[in-house]
Write a protein that binds this ligand. Structure first.
Ligand code: SF4
Length: 494
């Protein structure tokens, strides 16, 4: 980083790795430097910067966005020629997953900052849209994003060699992170030290304010913290196709491996008000069942005392686990076990199942009528009311989005009212958007079972079915959850 930051008397571009670019700084800093600009890199934002962000933002964003706000305000005042705040829309993929999106707040941050900080009188703001396609650093989307950025900076000719240098820098950085992690794991094994993998988004776990100082506290307590981006993950670990968020995918794959690796433990560092984590934390806890783990959330204001107590308690459980005759019984939970089968309308019709359509707008009635028109028993769930919200909230953590609570509440209300002989399916609008389907599946399954609805051996399966074309060329998909039991009693209960 020191080398990248050396001044050569060229126009100066200021950037930071504290939010959007955490993990991708080597690529963009190298690219801009190779385009013949000097780069000024800011890292390590502290409590003072967070305070400034909170005061200036006027909106109760999550702590990472507030911190970014304060930092960009400071960078703006430091007098560079350009301020680089890209609109990054996705991360590099870890496998064959179709999506590795970043949160809408990260994506919208350049526009939010432009509005809040104004554009007059400061440096020129560069906020190119950066897409990363399925081929990651070699994807045509990223290459095109780089070409457009070079064009915007007025250096269209040398961009290809700059891009190649940037790829090499990023690959070297990524390889070194993993090598560091392997060395740390080996060191722990040789010296009988507990390795604790710190899970979370890169910009949270590498900032002292946002990570509640967990890595340092873990070290003080005698264990070694290893960031998730340095933790090597076996190729055999599943890639979750239903996980929309790039960081969520990385965390959950690490959790899958950690749960199955004796002697390795984890702490998930998160931030209050984080939308994606309102689901990811549940999946993490689900995967980790049967092995000690900890979740530590912060808004950046808590001191170290509370975190110390929790880390101490966690490490106590870890030592107990290690001392026990059978540390961490075999893992039983796997997010991949949800069945993914094609749900074809003729099959649904032949099995005489009933399709329930949550009330996500007036289209629910229309869709139900259309299905009935082709011989499928279908009903739109009623408009949710206060009781629906209350019921849904009772069975969720309160952090999830409202549609999640409404859908679950509607489903549970329906299950609790009418009986019938048909097995039920819940149709859930899906497609290529963030979808709480898997969380909904877990919750519905747990509560249906707790309520004794489908009977022993009952299962709930998630299905994706593309049914409708909302716009030409664009599909509106649908996920179908099926509730069914083994015997007539179970079916009768539904
Ligand atoms: S992922 Fe969470 S912490 Fe990050 S910007 Fe989005 S809401 Fe904030």
């Amino acid at each position: 980083m020191d080398q990248l930051g050396q001044r050569r008397g060229r126009p100066l571009i200021a950037l930071t790795d504290e939010f959007t670019l955490k993990g991708l700084l080597p690529f963009f800093a190298t690219f801009l430097r190779e385009l013949n600009f000097d780069v000024q890199i800011h890292t390590g934002a502290d409590q003072r910067v967070l305070k400034r962000g909170i005061e200036q933002a006027n909106v109760a964003f999550c702590a990472p966005m507030q911190l970014y706000h304060g930092l960009i305000a400071e960078l703006r005042e430091s007098g560079p020629d350009y301020l680089f705040v890209p609109m990054l829309r996705s991360l590099e993929r870890v496998g064959e997953e179709s999506c590795a999106a970043v949160c809408p707040i990260v994506q919208a941050s350049p526009d939010l900052l432009r509005w809040d900080l104004g554009t007059e009188g400061g440096p020129r703001v560069l906020s190119p849209v950066i897409d990363i396609g399925t081929d990651n650093l070699s994807s045509k989307e990223l290459i095109e994003s780089c070409r457009r950025l070079a064009l915007e900076l007025g250096v269209p000719l040398s961009w290809w060699s700059a891009y190649q240098a940037a790829v090499a820098a990023q690959q070297a950085f990524d390889a070194e992170c993993l090598a560091l992690g392997r060395r740390a794991l080996d060191f722990c094994e040789q010296h009988d030290i507990v390795p604790v993998v710190v899970l979370g988004r890169a910009y949270t776990i590498h900032n002292r304010v946002l990570n509640s100082n967990v890595p340092a506290i873990v070290r003080e307590q005698g264990a070694i913290a290893i960031p998730v981006d340095c933790y090597p993950i076996e190729a055999s670990v599943p890639v979750y196709q239903d996980i929309f968020w790039g960081y969520g995918q990385r965390v959950l794959r690490a959790a899958h491996q950690l749960r199955r690796t004796p002697g390795q433990y984890s702490i998930f560092c998160s931030n209050y008000s984080c939308g994606p984590d309102s689901f990811n934390l549940h999946f993490f806890a689900y995967l980790m069942e049967g092995k000690p783990f900890a979740i530590i959330e912060t808004d950046g204001h808590s001191g170290d005392a509370g975190t110390k107590t929790r880390v101490e308690a966690f490490l106590y459980c870890v030592h107990e686990d290690l001392r026990s005759a059978e540390p961490s019984a075999a893992a039983t939970r796997d997010l991949v076990t949800i069945e993914r089968q094609k749900a074809r309308l003729p099959d649904i019709r032949a099995r005489e199942e009933r399709v329930l359509i949550p009330r996500m707008g007036e289209g629910a009635e229309v869709l139900a009528a259309a299905l009935r028109g082709v011989g499928v028993a279908a009903e739109a769930l009623p408009l949710p009311d206060r009781d629906t919200v209350r019921l849904g909230r009772r069975h969720t953590s309160g952090k999830e989005c409202l549609p999640m609570s409404l859908t679950l509440g509607s489903l549970l209300q329906r299950l609790g009212t009418r009986c019938g002989r048909r097995a039920l399916r819940l149709l859930h609008a899906d497609g290529d958007r963030p979808l709480p389907l898997r969380r909904l599946q877990h919750l519905a399954q747990d509560h249906a079972r707790a309520a004794g609805l489908p009977g022993p051996g009952a299962r709930l399966v998630a299905r994706r079915h593309r049914l409708l074309r909302r716009h030409p060329g664009r599909l509106l998909g649908a996920g179908l959850l099926r509730l069914h039991g083994r015997g007539p009693a179970a079916r009768g209960a539904l």
